[in-house]
Design a protein around this ligand. Structure first.
Ligand code: ADP
Ligand code: MG
Length: 542
């Protein structure tokens, strides 16, 4: 037909499709979770767009409709969301726009076949999961605000076709032509149980067509508004998995209602493992803001960047439902919510830090992120410092600043640290030989962020932080070095010779008492950037 065009999938999509279709059977049902989530996202987005453009308003009874047709062997998921233009169909369904999906694809190809099903359960693959149960998928979509509709069709084998279509109202219909061996997904009861399991909390009504009648399929209760006693462990875990895309259980769940000058309910999680897409995310907190159960935005930056591993929902009655982006920027309500939520998370972490074993597992996942607070948050810098844990030359496992201070020598005034690429190489570094020999503890900092925050924090509880690789070491006061006078004299003679032969390459050559076994060590000038920071800056300049 006129306007019909066939295009190839991007190579990445092709590979992902191949893996999804050929290696994943046991968790095929999650295709429905993925499609319903997309429909709900699109409806949320349209609601938000309508705030600034009334013409995009949602129709009454907006929701998500699931229609299985046994005879036709088709399953259609319809929504009243934003819909997609022709270009959006190409960009969203023909390429992998989302970095997380791309990374997931890579992880999937590397995984052993028997591990793949659990991987897909964990992360989802979005829209392409449809091809696990369908040998052909039709998408008919009309962008809200446009009269044009387009059909996207594919058998999931390398190419897709675009052609003009018609649709009464804006929104999207996704029709799956169900595979021979996937009959179960034409059964309304089976579909109902999948929705209950994975999508119960979706806040838009989800209905399933059964014997000619639309039946409600989800409870749609905002879990966070229920008292804790009415929430089952299973509901909580499902919600956690949906929110974080994790498959484990949360390390911590914070569920509370704030009452007083500002009123809100919050349900927040600290994941039990690093979410798969974590490294790819932007630095901004993605905690969702709801107003009276309605999703408003996940860009309200409810928590500071260094608490971005906390995920979940904050729901308030103190903002109008039609709050716009501009208004959000200006409102003091949001400022108060941020303060209260940040305070709550910090005091929770303080409590949880008392159990050092459990805290260590949290620290392995998110410690480097929390540390950023010492760099970029003057208000919380000291509080964050108290929550930090470090490897050290003196003890096994992790230690805190407070513990370090309790072990300091009576004559010791500073907290010593060394930064580098790995804890293992730091432990054997010549830089700390002299300190170790004198029983002085050195914190071994090997995260990238460790090159930045010590200068900003500069001291903890009145004790200056000192980089042992920087400038003159002040080891004399902790006892004499083992050098004889003859050795000292030899050294005095050697230094001018070394200076002459090294020339411009170094700014100074000095005798040092920081070494015990090694002959020589490179140090950075006092006040200059330390060696690790120089390396990092070099790398980022490339
Ligand atoms: P993700 O949802 O994580 O972005 P998906 O593969 O599930 O990844 O979907 C890809 C994109 O396709 C979505 O980001 C969205 O832009 C678009 N999309 C998918 N389904 C719909 C829908 N029902 N309505 C509007 N847009 C959709
Ligand atoms: Mg999706």
């Amino acid at each position: 037909a006129a306007g019909t065009e066939t295009r190839e999938f991007s190579a990445e999509v092709g590979r992902l499709l191949d893996l999804v279709v050929h290696s994943l059977y046991s968790e095929r049902e999650i295709f429905l979770r993925e499609l319903v989530a997309n429909a709900a996202d699109a409806t949320d987005r349209r609601r938000f767009e309508a705030l600034t453009d009334g013409a995009l308003s949602l129709p009454d009874g907006a929701g998500i409709r699931i229609n299985p047709e046994k005879e036709a062997r088709s399953l259609t998921i319809s929504d009243d969301g934003t819909g997609m233009t022709r270009d959006e169909l190409v960009a969203n369904l023909g390429t992998i726009a989302r970095s997380g999906t791309r990374a997931f694809g890579a992880q999937l190809s590397n995984a052993k076949p028997e591990d793949r099903p659990s991987l897909i359960g964990q992360f989802g693959v979005g829209f392409y999961a449809a091809f696990m149960v369908a040998d052909k998928v039709d998408v008919v979509s009309r962008r809200a605000g446009s009269d044009e509709a387009w059909r996207w069709t594919s058998e999931g084998k390398g190419a897709y076709t675009l052609s003009p279509a018609t649709r009464d109202k804006p929104g999207t219909d996704i029709t799956l032509h169900i595979k021979e061996d996937a009959d179960e997904f034409l059964d309304p009861w089976r579909l109902q149980s999948i929705i209950k399991k994975w999508s119960d909390h979706i806040s838009w009504p989800v209905t399933i067509m059964r014997e000619g009648k639309e039946e409600a399929a989800n409870e749609g209760t905002a879990l966070w508004l229920k008292p804790r006693s009415e929430i089952t462990e299973e509901q909580l875990n499902d919600f956690y998995r949906h929110t974080t895309h994790n498959f484990d259980t949360p390390w911590d769940t914070l569920h509370w209602r704030a009452e007083g000058t500002i009123e809100f309910s919050a349900l927040l999680f600290v994941p039990g493992s690093r979410p798969f897409e974590f490294a790819e995310q932007t630095r901004e907190s993605r905690v969702k803001l709801h107003v009276r159960r309605m999703f408003i935005t996940d860009e309200a930056e409810i928590l500071p960047p260094w608490l971005r591993f906390v995920q979940g929902v904050v729901d308030t009655e103190d903002l109008p439902l039609n709050v716009s982006r501009e208004m959000l920027q200006a409102t003091p309500v949001l400022v108060r919510i941020r303060k209260a939520v940040t305070g709550k998370v910090m005091s929770e972490l303080k409590t949880r830090a008392k159990d050092s074993e459990s805290y260590a597992s949290f620290w392995e996942n998110f410690g480097p992120v929390l540390k950023e607070g010492m760099w970029d948050d003057p208000v919380h810098r000291n509080e964050v410092a108290a929550l930090c844990r470090f490897r050290s030359s003196a003890v096994e496992g992790l230690t805190s600043f407070d513990d370090y201070i309790s072990r300091m020598k009576p004559e010791q005034e500073a907290i010593y640290y060394l930064t580098g690429d790995s804890a293992a190489s730091l432990e054997t570094s010549p830089q700390i030989e002299g300190f170790k020999a004198r029983g002085i503890e050195v914190l071994l900092l090997s995260d990238a962020v460790d090159s930045f925050w010590p200068d900003r924090l500069s001291s903890y509880e009145g004790k200056t932080l000192r980089n042992v690789a920087q400038g003159q070491s002040d080891l004399e006061k902790f006892g004499a070095s083992a050098e004889s006078d003859a050795e000292k004299a030899e050294m005095e003679a050697l230094i001018p010779a070394l200076k002459a032969s090294l020339g411009e390459a170094v700014s100074d050559v000095r005798a040092t008492n920081r070494l015990v076994d090694s002959a020589m060590v490179l140090t950075a000038p006092e006040g200059g950037p330390d060696l690790q920071l120089q390396k990092l800056m070099q790398r980022s300049n490339q």
